[in-house]
Unconditional design. Sequence first.
Length: 127
Amino acid sequence: MWKSICTLCGGGSFDEYSPGVRRCRGCRFVSADLSLSDDELRTLYSREYFFGSEYQDYVADQRVHQRNFRLRLEVLGRFLDPARHRHLLEIGSAFGFFLKVARERFDTVRGFDLRARKSNLIPRAPR
C-alpha cells in the first residue's frame, strides 16, 4: 500500500494493480506507482518485459499495438481541441510505436523512455 493522494478522488489508500501500477481503493482510478525508484523501473521494464514476461515479442507485434493506439487516439481526440492541442509528449515511449501513430494527429510528438537506446539488450524497432 502506498502513502499518497489519488488524483481523481483525493483518497489515500491504494492496492497494487499490476507491477508499477496502483489502483485507488476509493474510486478504483488506476495510475502509475510514482514511488518506484529508477532502479526498480529499469528492472520492471527490462528486456524480459518486452520479450517474454509481459509480451512475447513486442516488436514483432508492432502493427497490433499501433492499431490499438489508433483506437485510443480516437477516444482521446473527442476531448481535444485541435486548435489548442497540437503537441504531444509521451513518457515511457518504449519503441516509439505510439509516437509514430500520434504523428498523424499532432504537429509535434516527443517521447522519453528510461531505457538507453544504445543498449544492446533491446533492439531498435523497425522504421
